[in-house]
Structures are given as C-alpha cells and as structure tokens.
Design a protein around this ligand. Structure first.
Ligand code: BG6
Length: 512
C-alpha cells in the first residue's frame, strides 16, 4: 500500500526564528506618569499579566512616580479597577495581592529635586534586595516633560551610560510616542538623550510593533516563498493602510490638542507598519539588520512638497470634538488624516501607498490591504458580463479578528461563466488557539531583556518626522479641517483624493 502523506497540521508550531526567550534580570520599573491613562490602561495590566504568567524574575519592583500624595497601598487600590477593566485575563484576588506587593509610589512634581532624591533612596533599597541597580525608566508622560525628566535623572546620576557586567543591565529608558512634536524637537530630544545614554539604552516605543499581527508581516513575507515574487510594482496596484477607531479622544483633550492624529498615529504607527510592508529582506532577524532595512525604505519614501499636501493629504475632525473637555472651541486639530506616499525604490516605483487614521469612525479596524493588478485580458468578457471582475486583494488584519485574508474571483457554479468574489481567510484565534498577548507585555519584557528589535531607532524616528513635517507645516499654518459625522467613514475629501487615481478605500461599516 502506498504511504499516505499526513496532512499538514494547521497551527502546529514549527520552531523559533529568534533565540530562545530568556527571563529578564530582576529589575526596578519606574513609571513616570503612573496615575495617567496609559499606565492604567496598558502598562499596569501588562505588568500584571507578565507576573502571573511567570515571565518576571524575583525581585521585580514597580515604582510609580506622579503628582499627588498617595501611599503605595492607595496607588495599588487606585490601579486595581483599571487593571480589572483592561487586563486580558481575569484579575484574581490572590494574584492581585502578589502584584500589589510589587507596587510602590512616589508622589511629587517632576520639576522638584526631592522627587528624584526619594527615587534614589528607593532604587538603592531595591538594589540591596536583588535588582542590582537594574532599572527601566518608562516615560509615560506628556512629551513636553520628557526632556525635563531626563535632565533631572541625569543630574541626580540616576541614568548613566551602560555598564557591562554579568547580571547587570544598568539603566534603560523607554520613551513613549510621539517622540518630540516635530522634526526639530525630535532631533533635540535625540541629541539630549544621546548625550546621556548609549543608543542601546534608549527604547523608543511604538506599541504597534509589539502587536503579534504586525510582527507577522515579516513572517508572512519572508517565511513563505510565494509572496515575495509578487510583492512589487509589477504586481501591486496600490496599498491601503487603515487605522480606524470607533472611540473618540476618551477624555484626553489636553493631550490630543497638542498632538492630533498625525503625531498620534501616522508619524509612528502607520509609517512603521508601512516600513514593514515595504522593506527589503534583512540580512538576519537581528535588531539592527531589521532596523537598517526599515530605515532604508523610509529614506526612499518621496518627500511631500507643500503642493503635494494640498493634493495628497486630507484632514478631518469629528463633529463634537470641539465640545470635548480640554479642547479649544475653534480647534483645527485633526482627528482624521489620510495621505498618499510614493516610494522611490526599484521595488515600489509608481505604487501609491494610502494611509488613513481617524477617531469616531464607523468601526474599529486596523489593516493593510495589498491590491493586486487587474488581469491584462478578460478572456470570458461576454460570459462575465454583469459580474464585477475585481482584482485580488491580500488583507493583513491587524485588529480586531486578527488574521489574513485573500479576496479573489472564482466561477459561480452553473452552466454560464459567471464570476464572483470569494475570500480565503486565516483567523489567528482558530489557527493557533492561543491567546494573543498585549503589545505592551511583549515590549516591556523585551526592554527588560535588552532586545531592541521592536523599538525604533533614532534614524527611523527622525526620517518619519521628516516625512510628515510638510503636512504639519501646511496644516498648522492654514485652517481647513473637514468636519465629519461620528460613526461614518470620515470626510468625503479623502474618498475624492483616492478616487482621482481610480482607487477607493475599503468601506468602513458600522455594526448594526
Ligand atoms: C495610541 C494612541 O498610540 O494608540 C491612541 O495614542 C490610540 O490615541 C491607540 O487610541 C490605538 O491603539 P490600539 O492598540 O487600540 O490600536
């Protein structure tokens, strides 16, 4: 009897591309802005899940630093409902109690030297208990105070250049995005941090890079031989990258007025995703090889002229934004932006990349769609009359319902040649039957372990600011935001921008 070939096992783990994950060294994690939104919504839930999954080493200590005179137990009590709301696993009392013992708090102004003196004492006590001086500082504050905090940490010798001793990582700094407000301030911030720390100690975070589905872009492209041959201008008509949210600014009016959607999402999350979709094959999966290629492709993106901004960038603001707390009644800050980039590289010449992001849109959806070229000749024109013969689209669904789908045409059963669109879909949850960890879990752990692969290097942050600088410049000098209705697909001007080139956005659909 002939041997039967066993069917491939879908979801089987085939091996690790990178080196085995190791536990981090015992570390103190200092969170500046510990009573803020990000700390409650993302950082504390991430650290809680890392603890209960046994990913942290003993002792790990978390010190929150913020304004307000509250005790450490009070800090823990205040965090608890936030973690209960946002943790991906259920918070259990015994586990929470363990987590709460790791939490400490310093109430004080970031301008005040006393805050840093208290911190110094706490870090010394933690070092004696076993952290050996390993510290990760997380700047989870408004960008305007990054420089102040770094200066103070430097003055008080709380940050120093890397020490290379076994078991000692010394200090690392995680800087939240947006890294600076514009090109000049980002450069100044880079200069300043670079004068205090080595590049290897600076972790510029962009949580999109910690998302499983974003990391999968490289595995899809370079782990399969079928995609790379068609991943270029010969086969791709255009690429669409969307980050749509159905929520508004969620009480973050003061922050958002200083930021707007371009600084909040496009300069970082979307340009990073675009660089992963478009980069060349890296020499290896090591941090700097990947970061070299990402940076290289960003350098090939064509700079927008001021004139291009008028034609290829659209801004919108949801109706009702100006009534939000902390927002100016005549604010021109965009909560929606769409723009087109071209990449002057051998691979991508002539292929438009359309990026859009917005708040209060019809649905929450982040995805990349690669639209392939139409067939050169429809052989069955007459029979296919009436059917719409649409080109194939490969969609990388980043969230929600993480997965990948391919839309193509197939024959509709019957005696006539009628064609219809069909979908081939892979859902992460079905394929691997494993929970997907939150991006912040992965990134915090990587930083504690000293792996910077998923963090941004100075050159790519700089280049991303260069790319959006003309947009900021024009938009901040001239009012002209399009107001759109909440729960819709955004301003019509964005559809027109794409329509002029014969393309259209994927429709955003509101759940009934
Ligand atoms: C953050 C932005 O970086 O990303 C927020 O500051 C936004 O405004 C959030 O809501 C979206 O993240 P996610 O992971 O929900 O897509």
């Amino acid at each position: 009897m002939a041997d039967t070939i066993p069917p491939p096992v879908v979801g089987e783990i085939l091996g690790e591309v990178s080196t085995k994950r190791r536990r981090p060294e015992p570390t103190s994690v200092v969170i500046f802005g510990a009573t803020g939104d990000l700390a409650g919504r993302k950082l504390a839930p991430a650290l809680y899940n890392l603890l209960i999954e046994g990913s942290l080493s003993e002792p790990t200590q978390i010190i929150g630093v913020s304004r307000g005179e509250i005790s450490a137990p009070q800090f823990a009590e205040n965090l608890r409902p936030r973690v209960e709301q946002f943790s991906r696993t259920k918070v259990e009392p015994a586990k929470w109690d363990r987590f709460a013992t790791m939490l400490d708090f310093i109430g004080g102004e970031f301008t005040d030297d006393a805050t840093y003196l208290k911190l110094k004492d706490k870090l010394a006590a933690a070092a004696a208990k076993g952290t050996r001086g390993n510290v990760v500082y997380y700047l989870s504050t408004p960008p305007a105070v990054f420089a102040l905090i770094l200066d103070k940490l430097h003055q008080h010798k709380l940050i120093t250049r890397s020490e290379q001793r076994p078991g000692v990582i010394g200090c690392r700094v995680i800087v939240e995005k947006p890294f600076g407000r514009d090109l000049a301030s980002a450069r100044a911030l880079n200069e300043m941090i670079g004068s205090y720390l080595d590049e290897s100690q600076i972790y510029r975070i962009d949580h999109y890079l910690g998302k499983e589905t974003v990391q999968n872009i490289l595995v899809l492209r370079f782990g399969n031989s079928i995609f790379e041959p068609i991943w270029n201008r010969n086969h791709v008509e255009y690429v669409e990258i969307t980050a749509a949210e159905d929520i508004g600014i969620e009480g973050r009016g003061a922050f958002y007025e200083q930021t707007g959607v371009v600084r909040d999402i496009i300069q970082n999350h979307l340009l990073q995703v675009m660089s992963l979709v478009t980069m060349e094959v890296p020499a290896s999966f090591k941090a700097d090889d990947i970061r070299d290629e990402k940076s290289q492709v960003l350098r090939s993106v064509r700079d927008l002229t001021l004139n291009d901004v008028a034609n290829y960038a659209v801004r919108g603001q949801y109706r009702g934004y100006r009534e939000e707390k902390g927002v100016a009644p005549s604010s021109q800050v965009p909560t929606y932006a769409a723009m087109r980039f071209l990449i002057d590289s051998w691979r991508w010449h002539g292929v438009p990349f359309y990026l859009r992001a917005g708040k209060k849109l019809a649905e929450r959806l982040t995805e990349v769609s690669i639209h392939f070229k139409a067939v050169p000749l429809v052989l069955f024109k007459e029979e296919a009359a009436g059917s719409v013969l649409q080109p194939a689209v490969l969609t990388l669904r980043i969230q929600p319902q993480e997965g990948i789908s391919l839309r193509f045409v197939a024959k509709v059963p019957g005696e006539n040649v009628q064609v219809g669109n069909v979908m081939m879909t892979m859902n992460y949850s079905d394929a691997f039957k494993r929970p997907i960890a939150e991006a912040y879990e992965r990134l915090l752990l990587d930083c504690m372990r000293g792996d910077a692969t998923l963090f941004n290097r100075r050159d790519s942050v700089d280049r991303a600011w260069e790319l959006i600088q003309p947009v900021l410049q024009v938009w901040e000098a001239t009012p002209g935001v399009h107001v759109y209705e909440p729960g819709t697909g955004g301003p019509a001007a964005a559809d027109e921008m794409m329509g002029r080139e014969g393309h259209s956005w994927r429709e955003l659909v509101r759940e009934p």
